[in-house]
Design a protein around this ligand. Structure first.
Ligand SMILES: [Zn+2]
Length: 74
């Protein structure tokens, strides 16, 4: 079922809600087209693997960035 409801995402500008018309996602939150409401995620096996790898890569990058900052502080 698809309803037109105001998006719940907090924007980067002033942490205000987005309020653009969106739909209810699988996890119960309301998202507009900008904030991923209309995307159902990767479909194929390769796509799912790629997406998982991207998350791992991102987390590694964040961890290494944090380490660099801590080394500069010392
Ligand atoms: Zn939104």
């Amino acid at each position: 079922m698809k309803f037109k409801l105001p998006c719940e995402t907090l924007t980067k500008q002033g942490k205000r809600p987005c309020r653009a018309p969106g739909i209810v996602c699988k996890n119960g939150s309301i998202r507009c087209k900008v904030h991923g409401g209309y995307s159902s995620g990767p479909k194929t096996k390769e796509g799912k693997a790629k997406s998982a790898n991207n998350i791992i890569k991102y987390n590694d990058q964040r961890a290494s960035n944090k380490r660099q900052i801590n080394e500069q502080d010392l």
